[in-house]
Design a protein around this ligand. Structure first.
Ligand code: 3H9
Length: 701
């Protein structure tokens, strides 16, 4: 027997225990072990039933994703599942932890399923750009119907054992010890002479034809919007449709065909890259060298939009927060900002009053910094101005207990300049939250010149507690995200001045897969914010940098976007979706005339080629300056902070797939028109010269 699957006898039951840490993924050794185990059990006349169970934390959480893209090796998972299903003795699967994807499919190959009460099951393949390829769509539909299958397989979210039980996917819930309960179940089957029961022959889920057809139509409608541009979700619908009409063997063959098509797509590559990237970003040198400091009580300085959002994120995670503001009026406003978020959630039915009360019970407020004397981590979230922040840190230095981590929430400012006003710069880090801070997953953890390892590790521990995705950034203007954003933002304004209208640019970006275009983002965030930043940097701007004054002119007229009803778009009373603003086109025309630019046409393809070249080139500069640890960290920033379409993996992954030599050729072509802006990053030149990719750098990190 393979080491990955052990074979033991318990009375008349053959127990196959899967052991492939950490998540018992169904790699080759497990697949071989399962087939061998079933064959051995069949061959032994004394064995009357088989039990499949996982060792450690979980029943298999799926196929081994690391094998994808490599040549497949026999036995394939669909065959393994068929072999289990064909066993002439009843097979029970005992599920605990997260029985996902191929793991659930193996369980569906078994004839009976028992689950631990806390167990979760799901078909999350869609999150990886693929679909359940070992019979998941066919067998689940036969057992639980189209709606349950479509929800599981196109939504990709796991459900609890109780829910799965109610749907008929799980036959029994184990109240006590799972293995004992599963053995008892198998013994019962033996005692009652219950035969094996192949899922592929079941029909309960097919009974309500009208409901099944309605579920297909509903899902098609929701996916048209929710899964715009994606391949796999629509193939899943087709597989479930096939399950409703085709015999099982044909249904399985159809599913296999669709699975293989999904495997061929760049979307599969992009999504699997994203899966590993968002796990790798938590691996940083400081956290490998030191344990985080305790995090029992945190404080937030400032109750504005950011401060309130950070407070809500912490309260949601069960972390007590004391909010500090300068006077009673400001603290009342801060508390109201927090309550407003919860009231909104209550109104939308996402939280009940009891939930709100539970969270607010963890909230305290103060107007005196003395309240900070016993706090483990203090997050300053006051106005984005260096002097103001430095002043706060001087005061924090007086009152914070030794060993408290002092964090500044800043989008651009120099964290060392803030740390160095204290006598404990080693305890200071930057935490760049994204707005709204209670929703956005990204947290840039900014590491100044000489931090204590455990202070940085505490930042990563905080991210984990808040269920955020942390990315380590060195202390440089704009860190990772805003620095790159600035580069492709500039590229967009140059294209706008050269003849592509902002509306054509936004449409190209939307069609690429972003939720909205960059000018719509400006309007949403408030054009005054980037205007203020441009003014802040005006004195240090390199004279070689091309400067577009179009957006300044719009701001000078008092138009800042959605909040003023006019910006790059106009927003008719109450509307959130804007319409093109004719004044903007007028300003652009005036600027073109002033600068002697003859506007030209841009195709959507050229717009995106330039946009991506600007983004990736700046990403490469961020890497060569060691602001980011690895290319995949930049991808995570773009995915979680800036709406980059996940199925494209992130800009650096996109560049690898586009071909770095092609990207460099684009940059060289654009360089002829603006040698300053389009100068290729040296790192990119070196990678191309040596035939290497960003993925090679990921592997070395
Ligand atoms: C599939 O099944 C296809 C079939 O339908 C058809 C085939 C023909 N493979 O997330 P964590 C690693 S597709 C390989 O930090 P958690 C992960 O990278 C699959 N490795 O833990 C990490 O490694 P490291 C469908 C995997 O407790 C470590 O395990 N299944 C796999 O927060 C711990 O992971 C899925 O999509 C895998 N399948 O969450 C489930 N899964 O320590 C994907 C995990 O080196 N997995 N690893 O960084 C998950 O959603 C979560 O990992 C899980 C645990 C919820 C299981």
């Amino acid at each position: 027997m393979s080491q990955a699957v052990s074979y033991d006898l318990n009375g008349a039951i053959a127990v196959l225990t899967i052991s492939n840490p950490p998540v018992n993924a169904l790699g080759l050794a497990v697949r071989q072990g399962l087939v061998a185990g079933i064959e051995k059990a069949e061959a032994d006349a004394a064995v009357k039933a088989v039990l499949i169970i996982g060792e450690g934390r979980t029943f298999p959480a799926g196929a081994d994703i690391r094998e994808f893209g490599k040549p497949p090796v026999d036995p394939y998972l669909p065959e393994v599942v068929l072999r289990i299903e064909a066993c002439n003795k009843p097979v029970v699967a005992a599920l605990h932890g997260t029985a996902l994807g191929g793991g659930l499919e193996v369980a569906l190959g078994a004839h009976y399923r028992i689950a631990d009460k806390a167990g979760r099951i799901g078909l999350p393949e869609v999150n990886l750009g693929i679909l359940p390829g070992a019979g998941g769509t066919q067998r689940t539909t036969r057992i639980a119907g189209a709606k349950a299958t479509l929800d599981l397989a196109t939504g990709g979210k796991p459900i609890g054992a109780d829910n799965a039980h109610a749907l008929g996917i799980i036959d029994r819930i184990a109240e006590g010890d799972l293995k004992e309960a599963a053995l008892a179940y198998a013994n019962e089957l033996i005692a009652t002479g219950t035969a094996s029961r192949p899922s592929g022959e079941r029909r309960e889920g097919l009974a309500d034809e009208a409901a099944n057809l309605a579920a297909i139509e509903d899902t098609k409608t929701t996916l048209a919007k929710r899964a715009r541009g994606q391949f796999a979700p629509f193939r899943i619908v087709e597989c479930v449709e096939a399950a409703l009409t085709l015999p099982i063997n044909e249904g399985l063959a159809f599913e296999r065909e669709q699975f293989l098509k999904c495997m061929e797509t760049p979307q599969r590559q992009g999504l699997i890259h994203a899966f590993f990237a968002e796990r790798t970003c938590t691996k940083v040198p400081e956290a490998s060298r030191a344990e985080p400091r305790p995090l029992n009580q945190i404080a937030v300085i400032g109750g504005g939009t950011m401060g309130a959002g950070i407070t809500v994120a912490a309260l949601n995670a069960g972390l007590p927060v004391v909010m500090v503001e300068r006077d009673a009026e400001s603290i009342a406003r801060g508390q109201a900002n927090v309550e407003k978020v919860y009231d909104g959630m209550v109104k939308k039915g996402r939280l009940d009053e009891a939930g709100k009360a539970k969270r607010m019970a963890l909230f305290a407020s103060a107007t005196d910094y003395a309240a900070l004397s016993d706090v483990d981590l203090i997050i300053e979230a006051v106005f984005e101005n260096l002097e103001v922040k430095q002043d706060v840190f001087r005061q924090l230095d007086q009152v914070a207990k030794p060993g408290a981590v002092l964090a500044t929430n800043t989008s651009y400012l120099d964290v060392d300049a803030i740390a160095n006003v204290t006598k404990r710069p080693q305890d200071v880090i930057g935490l760049h939250f994204f707005s709204p801070a209670n929703i956005m997953k990204l947290l840039e953890i900014v590491v100044p010149a000489n931090p204590a390892d455990d202070a940085v590790a505490t930042g990563f521990a905080l991210a984990k507690t808040l269920k955020k995705t942390p990315v380590r950034a060195a202390n440089a203007d704009g860190f990772i995200g805003n620095r790159i954003y600035k580069a492709y933002g500039l590229c967009a304004t140059y294209m706008m001045e050269d003849g592509a209208s902002p509306y054509e640019i936004d449409k190209a970006i939307y069609d690429f897969g972003y939720p909205i275009g960059i000018f719509q983002v400006h309007d949403l965030a408030g054009m005054d914010i980037s205007w203020a930043n441009r003014k802040r940097l005006a004195a240090t701007r390199n004279p070689l940098e091309r400067y577009s004054a179009v957006q300044d002119k719009i701001c000078e007229a008092g138009h800042f976007g959605q909040k003023t009803g006019r910006g790059m778009y106009v927003y008719p009373e109450g509307a959130r979706k804007g319409e093109p603003n004719p004044d903007v086109l007028k300003v652009i025309a005036e600027e073109q005339a002033r600068l002697g630019i003859t506007p030209r046409d841009f195709t959507a393809e050229e717009i995106m080629r330039r946009y991506m070249a600007a983004m990736v080139n700046e990403g490469a500069k961020v890497l060569q300056e060691n602001v980011a640890l690895r290319p995949s960290d930049i991808d995570v920033v773009a995915l979680y902070g800036y709406g980059f379409p996940r199925y494209r993996g992130g800009p650096m992954k996109y560049a690898d797939m586009y071909g770095l030599e092609n990207l460099l050729a684009d940059l060289r072509a654009f360089e002829a028109e603006d040698a300053y802006f389009w100068k290729p990053a040296q790192l990119l030149v070196d990678l191309v010269e040596n035939g290497r990719s960003f993925e090679d750098l990921n592997k070395e990190s």
